[in-house]
Design a protein around this ligand. Sequence first.
Ligand SMILES: [Zn+2]
Ligand SMILES: [Zn+2]
Ligand SMILES: [Zn+2]
Length: 79
Amino acid sequence: MCYRQVQCTRYGCGHDTPLSEHRSFLQVDCSEANCRYSSSHLADCQSCKETCRQWLRPAQMVPKQTLSTPCPHCASGAK
Ligand SMILES: [Zn+2]
Ligand SMILES: [Zn+2]
Ligand SMILES: [Zn+2]
């Protein structure tokens, strides 16, 4: 099943914050013919809803930079 990798910043507190929403994700192709989002899936697939998966796996966070400081939320003193 295909999924998206979301590039994020990982903070010292353990929280992840996605980088700018529009350009920070990469779609990972599972190459399965019975997955609606795969490039191996037929464009003219018949009865797609019965035979193929129609959803993506939850996005996976990929830290692009790691900071030792807490995230803005934690740094603001929220408990
Ligand atoms: Zn897939
Ligand atoms: Zn299909
Ligand atoms: Zn935090």
